[in-house]
Write a protein that binds this ligand. Structure first.
Ligand SMILES: NC(=O)C1=CN([C@@H]2O[C@H](COP(=O)(O)OP(=O)(O)OC[C@H]3O[C@@H](n4cnc5c(N)ncnc54)[C@H](OP(=O)(O)O)[C@@H]3O)[C@@H](O)[C@H]2O)C=CC1
Ligand SMILES: N[C@@H](CC=O)C(=O)O
Ligand code: NA
Length: 365
């Protein structure tokens, strides 16, 4: 195969809502920026994969090829070997929510393969995995970026890193960190009007591509807890895991043991009255309820759950899947640096992944 030194090989793991949007943005990037030449060399879902000895797959037809492929995905060590043997540098784009893929990041990075991803699992798993990832990258000179793991494409992680790297002291981070929860409460308990039925809004959030593959991972608060774990670690708190602080779950007790996400969604309408009670309790005080999180750096406390807000509060007035994230720092004083905008959805999430890819390209190519 003819290669140029100015060529980078891209392996895409996961071609769901975010993965499909990423491929479309990759096609645009490859056209707009001919150098380095971007070659898609691997694409997989959980059951199928496309790869060949030429390390070359047409980006435009990749999804059709994947759908009709009879090849199984490579195991993660095999994928590391395949990419380490590529004629030039390789980058993995992990568009899954898989813990197994996340656990293999130290292996990939130690083989010189860079990673960009919206997957939260690697950065919010054990603190040891976090350390192993950044040690492997520093040792091998590979890069790892994960902007879309918090606030989708919103510049949350890059902003926090910039604050810390320039010597500011972050004292508190608070806000709405879930596109799904934002959408649910904005439509179920709006500031004006009566709002929809809780379970129907949950189904809509899934159809809109806002939820995790299993929406229970949003409703149990763990998705927000993962994001706060990532931000707390970046702000200097070595949080052990997303279950090492208080997290409120919105899963009805009676549904905690159902076996699948589909069965959960089927049964959820039977428990709408529970969320109606929460909504009425806030209404009686002239307020609305919202799902929020906060990190207090000085007291080392992190928490996730429901809170009531006056209808005039910026958190109450959010629209759609918007996140709002306030950084309180020594430099910014009592007026926080605030980031607001869509916090879920395929295109906006893929934007964060593609812009991370551009950063990695500028550093390795
Ligand atoms: N959707 C959003 O708004 C946002 C999503 N994210 C994150 O982006 C990631 C992707 O989300 P989304 O696209 O919505 O999820 P989807 O469920 O739509 O897609 C997930 C994809 O990953 C594939 N997959 C799962 N496990 C593996 C595996 N072990 N190997 C290969 N492929 C695998 C699935 O394959 P199959 O189809 O065969 O099951 C599917 O193609 C998640 O980590 C999510 O947390 C982050 C910010 C916002
Ligand atoms: N399910 C998540 C997706 C983005 O991280 C959310 O709703 O925020
Ligand atoms: Na982000």
């Amino acid at each position: 195969m003819a290669t140029t030194t100015n060529q980078v090989f891209i392996a895409v793991i996961g071609a769901g809502g975010v993965g499909k949007c990423f491929l479309s943005q990759l096609a645009t990037l490859a056209t707009r920026r001919p150098t380095p030449k971007l070659s898609l060399c691997y694409i997989s879902s959980s059951k199928k994969a496309v790869f060949n000895s030429d390390y070359s797959i047409g980006i435009e037809n990749a999804l059709q090829e994947l759908a009709s492929s009879s090849k199984q995905p490579l195991s993660l060590p095999q994928l590391a070997d395949h990419l380490a043997a590529a004629p030039s540098k390789a980058i993995i784009v992990d568009n899954t929510s898989s813990q197994d893929v996340a656990d293999a990041y130290p292996l990939f990075l130690s083989r010189g393969i860079s990673i960009v991803t919206p997957n939260k699992k690697a950065f919010s798993g054990s603190y040891k995995l976090w350390q192993d990832i950044f040690t492997a990258a520093a040792t091998a000179g590979s890069r790892v970026y994960h902007e879309s793991s918090v606030g989708a494409g919103l510049p949350v992680i890059s902003t926090l890193k910039d604050l810390v790297d320039t010597g500011d002291e972050v004292t508190k981070i608070e806000g709405v960190f879930s596109g799904t929860m934002s959408f649910l409460f904005n439509s179920f308990a709006p500031v004006e009007g009566s709002g929809g039925q809780w379970s129907a809004e949950v189904k809509k959030a899934k159809e809109l591509g806002y939820t995790e593959p299993d929406p229970r991972d949003d409703l149990n608060g763990l998705d927000v807890a993962r994001k706060l774990t990532i931000l707390a670690r970046l702000a200097g708190l070595p949080v052990e895991s997303p279950t090492s602080f208080p997290v409120q779950s919105l899963i009805p007790k009676e549904l905690e043991t159902v076996s699948s996400g589909d069965e959960f969604l089927e049964k959820l309408p039977g428990f709408d009255s529970q969320m109606e009670e929460t909504k009425s309790a806030a209404e009686k005080q002239g307020k609305v309820v919202r799902f929020v999180g906060s990190i207090d750096v000085a007291s080392k406390s992190v928490k996730v759950g429901l809170e009531m807000f006056d209808k005039s509060h910026p958190i109450a007035a959010l629209k759609g899947s918007d996140n709002i994230i306030s950084f309180y720092t020594k430099r910014y004083g009592s007026n926080p640096l605030i980031i607001q905008g869509a916090g879920a959805g395929g295109d906006v999430t893929a934007m964060g992944v593609t812009s991370d890819l551009i950063k990695v390209l500028s550093q390795i190519a």
